[in-house]
Design a protein around this ligand. Structure first.
Ligand code: MLT
Length: 239
């Protein structure tokens, strides 16, 4: 299996994904949020890139079963039901609902690889499940680390490294230089993920905003068997 790693949402644009599986990662926090919403029974998650697009889609949706979530500058958007904390997406609120989500980086990364043959979302919580899915498909893969405002982010890189590490244990993997580096980063960090990411820009920003519990939640590994799979622009739960 050949695996290419894109270090930012923007670099995903340049990659031809048409015959590959795209795996989009935004550990902090978009793909952790989407995985959690589906884990807690949401019917679907629809990522959009702007607040205006979220409002437009909402107007044409059934208000009884549609909710809006996401962030700007890591904070809840005025008039939306949820921010971008996975802890907000509780079963009692999301079960059976379609959730429109817009975030600064993660939803752009998703949009940038929408031509992929297949797209799934990964975070630390569902990494093993995603690897099981990729092994089953046995196709070439593009891992897109969303990053933070055009820059590489260590949390996404660590998750990409975890995926590569788990893949390598089960199948021969041909990876690029970035993949090589990230797999080693994961191996050096797996014993204490939180401590390994304390110097990450986005971790520091979320800590300064009081999102310590979000970080603890997002840094847990293998708590979810959910594979968010894209079907006609929406993500639904597989697994
Ligand atoms: C994003 O997609 O930009 C992030 O999820 C930002 C955040 O942590 O709120």
């Amino acid at each position: 299996m050949r695996v290419q790693v894109a270090g930012t949402a923007q670099s995903g644009v340049k990659i031809d994904c048409s015959s590959r599986i795209a795996v989009v990662i935004d550990v902090l926090r978009a793909t952790s949020v989407m995985t959690t919403a589906l884990d807690n029974g949401a019917r679907s998650v629809l990522p959009v890139t702007t607040i205006e697009e979220a409002e437009t889609v909402f107007k044409t949706s059934d208000p009884a079963c549609t909710l809006k979530g996401g962030e700007r500058h890591a904070l809840k958007i005025d008039g939306f039901d949820f921010g971008n904390s996975p802890l907000e997406y509780k079963r009692a609120l999301v079960a059976g609902k379609d959730i429109i989500i817009t975030t600064t980086n993660g939803t752009n990364a998703i949009r940038n690889v929408q031509k992929a043959e297949m797209m799934v979302l990964a975070c630390l919580r569902n990494a093993s499940a995603v690897v099981g899915f990729l092994i089953g498909k046995n196709k070439d893969v593009v891992i897109v680390c969303s990053g933070t405002e055009g820059k590489f982010s260590m949390d996404d890189g660590l998750c990409a490294g975890m995926l590569l590490h788990l893949l390598k244990e089960k199948t021969p993997v041909e990876w690029d230089d970035l993949g090589f580096l990230l797999e080693r980063f994961y191996r050096n960090s797996a014993h204490d993920i939180f401590a390994s990411l304390l110097d990450c820009f986005h971790v520091k920003r979320l800590l300064s905003l009081g999102f310590h519990e979000d970080l603890k939640f997002c840094f847990q590994t293998d708590r979810s068997t959910c594979i968010p799979m894209e079907i006609d622009g929406r993500f639904v739960r597989m697994g």
